[in-house]
Design a protein around this ligand. Sequence first.
Ligand code: HEC
Length: 463
Amino acid sequence: MGCLAAGASAQELTRDAGKLYAEFCATCHGANLEGGQGTSLIDDVWNRGDGSDEHLTRMITDGLADAGMPSFGAVLDAPRVRGLVVYLRERAVRAQEAHTDYAKPVEGMVVKGRAASFRIETVASGLGVPWSLAFLPGGDLLIAEREGALRLVRNGRLEPTPITGTPKVWAQGQGGLLVVEAHPDYARNGWIYLAFSDPGEKAGEAMTAVVRGRIRDGRWVDEEQIYRAPRGLYRTGGVHFGTRLVFAEGYLFFAIGERGTQDHAQDLGRPNGKIHRVHDDGRVPADNPFVNTPGALPTIWSYGHRNPQGLVARPGTAGAGFQLWETEHGPRGGDELNVVRRGANYGWPLITYGMNYNGTPITAETGRPGLEQPVLHWTPSIAVCGLAVYAGDQFPGWRGNLLIGSLQQQEMRRLVLDGDRVLEQEVLFRGIGRVRSVQVSTKGEVYVCLEGPGRVLRLVPVK
Ligand code: HEC
């Protein structure tokens, strides 16, 4: 904890941002931030600056002598001020959302988006938590259910019996069967990859693992291990497994969340809180960034990640290969969109735009030299989940855009990019279920996995 100028009584000062607001700000700015003697803090009108984090931080720290707003720099340390900024953001966004109409599509209804119109169509329903999909040549669709079953949709119909013989998964909390993905050369080699929470030797322990296998007559066969962490590094606790699988240029990238132990994200001797890179058969590439670092796990590609929930290879411009883009869950605030670079540190938990779930600060630091900044952060959090780059002919207006989902806000969003910058965000729909995955099929169709109740939708373009 930082030192407090106000001395002994300040030691007892709450760290909960909501309580700090009620104690120090509400008398002038209103219990609901609607304004009073001070101005409204939720109308997105700023008289004294640009509304940036820096502006809000300066206002709270220095006050406004001319207007009669006291300075709080002597009472509130930097982490508490940061917590207040996150709190103001949350309240402002929630207030704006209450006045916005979002499309809440049912089947048959046309959603008119800014760059395309569409309707939704149900592909499969009656599922548990559909975590991800794999599109196979010939039209078969595989669905990974978090509860552990690998399901098949054939000729438009969900087969009642799951594929048998798939790996035993640790299906508790956020853990379970997470990702199913077909090898890019599936038509020739038949490989299907699965990422899941792998039970450890001791009860309650698990870690994200990757295997591949083939499906023959409804059975999972020829299984090979692609990645398993050393058994001693498995963790108890049901949170932050990641993950997604991305094939690019012969490599396989996958992510493991920090498993609820923040500091592990900075420890190169641990698999959690990292993005990993292996060959498609699991071998470690000789040019991985930490292969020669003593004590480091050789599969690590990047680190300082909290809980990656989206990973995609974005085609480079002018034949420049690809860029790896990632979304990850922040704590309360600070969900991130990152461009993932070889060997780079994404900063968790040393820097973050978020605070703890209970409203107390984590740190005042949102950036530090040597630590990567996100392309974009969502504060308040939307619980960003799933990430796809749109390529295809069905939605020409979306070409090159990022499509993302949100669990908490139950949204699907479209992000317009210019190089490494996000120009625009459009909420395509909201409120029909937690969006677990957004994926584009090989034919350019957009599929969405929803939970509560578990179902898979397809977006159908409407002219
Ligand atoms: C004694 C009354 C008072 C208290 C207490 C107070 N403020 Fe203010 N605040 C004001 C006034 C008055 C203004 C100036 C409004 C104007 O004229 O633009 C202001 C301005 C601000 C601004 C800049 C708004 C803008 O339009 O640029 C922010 C941000 C702000 N206050 C946040 C806070 C926070 C957070 C707290 C609690 C830690 C707080 N204030 C406590 C009276 C108060």
